[in-house]
Design a protein around this ligand. Sequence first.
Ligand SMILES: [Zn+2]
Ligand SMILES: [Zn+2]
Length: 243
Amino acid sequence: MFHELKRSIRCALPTTCIVCGQNADSDHSICTECGCVLPKLGDCCRRCGIELSGTLVTGSCCTRCRLSPPSFDSCTCVFPYVSPIDKLVADFKFSARFDIGYSLSRVLASAFNAYYIDQAKPELLVPVPLHRNRLDSRGFNQASEIGNVLAKYSGISISHTALSRTRNTQPQTSMSSAAARKANLRNAFGVSKSDTLTGVTHIALIDDVVTTMATTQAISRMLRAQQDCRIDVWCLARASRTL
Ligand SMILES: [Zn+2]
Ligand SMILES: [Zn+2]
């Protein structure tokens, strides 16, 4: 109820920039000046979305993906997970700043629609689920909020129930090693009993921040064990692998 009220207030208020608080002159709620200085990703690996360095160009795969491709087909993010994006995402998640979530998701939706302009779109948007305990304490799933904006601007259906989080895992960022992160997510996700995913051959998996890819890898592996499908990951922000 409280969060519904906050969403209503966001819609009713005049548009202010989510970065500087001044009047915003765009429907992204990011003013022109802040839009120009917000950090952007350069050329990225088409499989994992990491920013490429050296001589690799757009459309390439990073060395890690060439040696060991991830279990999903592509990952696209619109922002690097650096200041002020990290604080904006934290305010969205932990202070229920739906105005920020909406604005950043609008940028993602523009990139999403541009990406599929000359290729087949996903048939279904699937947000990364939160465990029931965390959903109850936070009151909303940030990935679902992002997914709702993508659904609105792409016209693609979204399922908030296709996946479930069956174990209440520790935050991945608290894990000290790749092995620990993988173990933390073992059997953590399930496919719901509903037939939402039946016959779906192209899924867009939605999350807020991709860091180690352990979560998206775990879900993609589980989905692919169930059915043959293309999986494109869409995220607001990409953190470097060293985090
Ligand atoms: Zn601004
Ligand atoms: Zn890569």
